[in-house]
Design a binder for this molecule. Structure first.
Ligand code: UFG
Length: 338
């Protein structure tokens, strides 16, 4: 079984990906410093998978610690999820974002190179497209970012492209995620934000469970059918599977730079999500129209033909499944993963 190092493997997308890797016959090894996740996630992953999962509690900014992991294990590939991800915070403390996200990536690549590990998947984001000229968004659209978080994603994409040019035996996949929501059907793992959520789905589920009073819908005057923002919500289990398929592809292909959008190719508005969740919970969800949120765009959804043609990536879950599993996770973990 090939060992795959998953940095940020206790986080939201990382933890679901660990399960998918096991399904696809890989042996995931988690690196996490639990700066934004709970060590309990590891126990829960072991419970779901029935497997012991190797864990290194360390910070990827510490190159020596990271190198030790490679010395102790033969690592076929790395999936690098670890990083700060709050857009608003990144505007307030940009240096924290540049330091953590860039240094950890440089350490990962350098350590891989020193240990002859040659397959890297990087968690990128649809944020690299900025305000796209049209939708759906294709991988060859111009890239443009509007905040430090997004800039770390774009900078890393560029660093990795420079690196593979200089080192053709090193393979990189840049996966641009659209909006992951949903949770594992067990309700044991899911999105577990600290404090008041920034993102739509955890905010809605906290309204539904009574922790928050109502949802603020950020703007209903966008140029969209119901005036609210449109995004491409993808079930985190589908997104997780996209990583395993990418690793399989990396085993076969000679290409050393792969770039894919991972979404559903379908846009849903904020009110579409609210109404779908109302079907799940069986009652109206209180919301108020609030001013637009700074930096938001009207519409963002993917064309995912490339991932389908080259990886066989096809999503299996719809918006109802996403809402249902998010709600199940929230109910089973009213105070998060504690
Ligand atoms: N929204 C609300 N109320 C809320 C939260 C969100 O109306 O309380 C709206 C937003 O205005 C937007 C939609 O819900 O129209 C989705 O917002 P999210 O914050 O859930 O997601 P974003 O699309 O803003 O951001 C996400 C990730 C970022 C990533 C970005 C682009 O959180 O990391 O997609 O890929 F950069």
């Amino acid at each position: 079984m090939k060992n795959v190092l998953v940095t940020g493997g206790a986080g939201y997308i990382g933890s679901h990906t660990v399960l998918s890797l096991i399904d696809y016959g890989y042996n995931p090894i988690i690196v996490d410093n639990f700066s934004n996740s709970s060590p309990k996630v590891i126990e829960r992953l072991e419970k779901i998978s029935g497997k012991k999962i190797k864990l290194y509690n360390l910070d990827c900014c510490n190159k020596k610690d990271l190198d030790q992991v490679f010395k102790e294990n033969d690592i076929f590939g790395v999936i690098h999820f670890a990083g700060y991800k709050a857009v608003g915070e990144s505007v307030k403390v940009p240096l924290k974002y540049y330091e953590n996200n860039i240094i950890s990536l440089l350490n990962v690549v350098e350590t891989m190179a020193n240990n002859n590990s040659n397959n890297l998947i990087f968690s990128s984001s649809a944020t690299v497209y900025g305000d796209p000229k049209s939708v759906p968004i294709y991988e060859d659209f111009p890239l443009h970012v509007t905040n430090p978080y997004g800039r770390t994603k774009l900078m890393i994409e560029e660093i990795l492209q420079d690196y593979v040019k200089a080192n053709p035996s090193f393979k990189v996949a840049l996966l641009r995620y659209f909006n992951p929501i949903g949770a594992h059907e067990s309700g044991l793992i899911g999105e577990d934000p600290n404090g008041i959520p920034n993102n739509l789905m955890p905010y809605i589920t906290q309204v539904c469970i009574g922790k928050l009073d109502h949802l603020n819908v950020f703007g209903n005057d966008y140029d969209t059918p119901d005036g609210t923002g449109i995004r491409d919500y993808i079930h985190v289990l589908d997104l997780a599977r996209g990583h395993s398929l990418t690793l399989k592809k990396m085993e076969e292909t000679k290409d050393n730079l792969l770039i894919y959008n991972l979404g559903t190719s379908k846009g849903s508005s904020v009110l579409d999500v609210v109404h779908e969740m109302e079907k799940v919970v069986g009652h109206k969800i209180p919301y108020q129209i609030a001013p637009r949120r700074a930096g938001d765009i009207a519409e963002c959804y993917a064309n995912c033909d490339k991932a389908y043609q080259e990886l066989g990536f096809k999503t299996e879950y719809d918006l109802y499944d996403m809402c249902k599993s998010s709600w199940n996770f929230q109910q089973k973990n009213p105070n998060g993963i504690r």
